[in-house]
Design a protein around this ligand. Structure first.
Ligand SMILES: [Zn+2]
Length: 115
């Protein structure tokens, strides 16, 4: 169990840095393409997050796509909450990050949340 926690902590820390950058990158991606990325990512992040956590230990390449997926989902109304993180690009009701951090116009808002 400790190992699992350790791995997921590392991934969370990495995503905390990578997702804001991915949000900035996706700002120039057409809305339609961003939706496609969000749809794909939704399945992966919601359905296979645990496996990804393990797999990423051996395959660091998974972090990039995960960050990109998170970022795409952050553009949807209400943002996304998964893997102990919340990400959004616009202020919305009951945002778990907003009390602690302001929204950034380029990098959006990403914070850790209690699971
Ligand atoms: Zn939010």
């Amino acid at each position: 169990m400790a190992m699992t926690d350790h791995v997921s902590d590392n991934i969370r820390s990495a995503l905390l840095m990578l997702v804001p950058l991915a949000i900035a990158e996706l700002a120039v991606v057409p809305l339609e393409m961003r939706r496609e990325i969000a749809e794909e990512a939704g399945d992966i992040i919601a359905g296979k997050a645990d496996q990804l956590m393990f797999a990423s230990d051996n395959k660091p390449g998974v972090l990039g796509p995960m960050a990109r997926g998170f970022a795409a989902l952050a553009y949807q109304p209400g943002g996304v909450t998964a893997l102990g993180l919340h990400a959004c690009t616009e202020p919305h009701s009951e945002c778990p990050c907003e009390e602690r951090f302001p929204h950034h116009p380029v990098f959006g808002l990403v914070c850790e949340v209690k699971q």
